[in-house]
Ligand binder design. Structure first.
Ligand code: SF4
Ligand code: SF4
Length: 247
């Protein structure tokens, strides 16, 4: 029986999320027993257009990105954005706030007219997606969980509870008690609360919980005199696309 063919494509981002697939070094031999990579520019020179499963890293930020992701969507049975830029738009969304003309001139100066750009978007804003792998970069465990789930036809186990749960399990002193705004109350867990565990507030690089608007975090924010609108401003670093889109 032939193995499912897998492609990995990179759009606008640092490509660290697809590199994280290669960082699954111990598991790659077993993965290769079950799938065949046919297009993955960080790992091979071949460029096949015949694949069933496509992983996408990076945000969609140019007119040619829009066309390319639509073509990939037509070819792939399963399309999986991987990482913060592909799932949320990520840091690229800063250009939406600043203005496209301003950013083009700032970066390319008097050559700005040579380049075309569109507002930075997560993949799902342009084409339908089947699953998402969160994080900046995603944990290897989540990449492996999604690969196993796709191959066995089940739903992957992706946390839909706050980073605070993992943070409490680590025994950290809460950042709010240190006078900091920490997005862990509304951010999707799965990273092991790595930022607060190293003394930094969470900035929600894994996106928000599905039910963030109705989460008990409202009470936590109210205790500290903050509203959901105020905390949404704090999450613009990674999640700004959804705020820009609402305006
Ligand atoms: S430090 Fe952040 S993640 Fe940890 S408990 Fe406090 S709000 Fe939650
Ligand atoms: S603690 Fe927050 S910002 Fe840090 S990796 Fe986890 S979700 Fe991302």
């Amino acid at each position: 029986m032939s193995k499912p063919k897998v492609a990995v494509f990179s759009f606008t981002g640092c490509e660290g999320c697809s590199l994280e697939i290669l960082n699954c070094e111990d598991e790659i031999p077993e993965i290769l027993n079950h799938v065949e990579f046919v297009n993955f520019r960080e790992a091979m020179s071949e460029r096949a257009d015949d694949y069933e499963i496509a992983f996408i890293d990076g945000a969609i930020t140019t007119p040619s990105d829009v066309e390319e992701i639509k073509e990939i969507r037509e070819r792939a049975k399963v399309l999986i954005p991987i990482g913060a830029c592909a799932t949320l738009g990520g840091l690229n969304v800063m250009k939406n706030y600043k203005g496209l003309d301003y950013c083009l001139k700032k970066v390319y100066g008097d050559k700005a007219d040579w380049f075309k750009t569109v507002e930075a978007q997560p993949v799902e804003a342009v084409v339908p997606v089947d699953l998402k792998i969160y994080g900046c970069p995603p944990p290897k465990s989540e990449i492996l969980e999604v690969i196993k789930a796709v191959l066995s036809g089940r739903t992957p186990r992706i946390p839909n509870y706050p980073v605070c749960v993992e943070c409490k399990q680590k025994g950290n002193v809460c950042q709010w008690l240190k006078g900091n705004v920490c997005m862990g109350v509304v951010a999707r867990a799965g990273c092991g609360a790595i930022c607060p565990s190293y003394g930094k507030p969470c900035v929600a690089c894994r996106g928000l919980l599905d039910d963030a608007e109705n989460n008990a975090c409202k009470e936590v924010m109210a205790e500290h005199g903050l509203t959901m609108e105020q905390i949404l401003k704090e999450y613009q670093l990674y999640n700004g696309f959804y705020e820009v889109a609402k305006k």
